[in-house]
Design a protein. Structure first.
Length: 81
């Protein structure tokens, strides 16, 4: 994956993993598995709530998706980007 940039620096993996973890929490996933591909990340996990409890879900997070998650995270924290 070509890591997303914020300004002139590449986003550190620690921040990318934090964003992926927050995404997994919002999707009510447990037993999460994360795969890095050329296009971005594939996030898989076991659904823990709702009528699909116990089923596995798979999400693809592109670099653009990761940038959008970062923008949302900064907005929620009230930080200027």
């Amino acid at each position: 994956m070509q890591r997303p940039k914020r300004g002139d620096r590449y986003l550190p993996y620690s921040e990318i993993l934090r964003l992926a973890g927050a995404y997994a929490d919002r999707a009510n996933l447990s037993e999460v598995r994360l795969l890095e591909t050329e296009e971005g990340l594939i996030l898989q996990g076991l659904v823990t709530q709702g009528e699909r409890t116990g089923e596995r879900d798979t999400y693809q997070l592109t670099t653009d998706d990761i940038n959008a998650l970062l923008t949302d995270a900064y907005a929620q924290r009230g930080k200027k980007i």
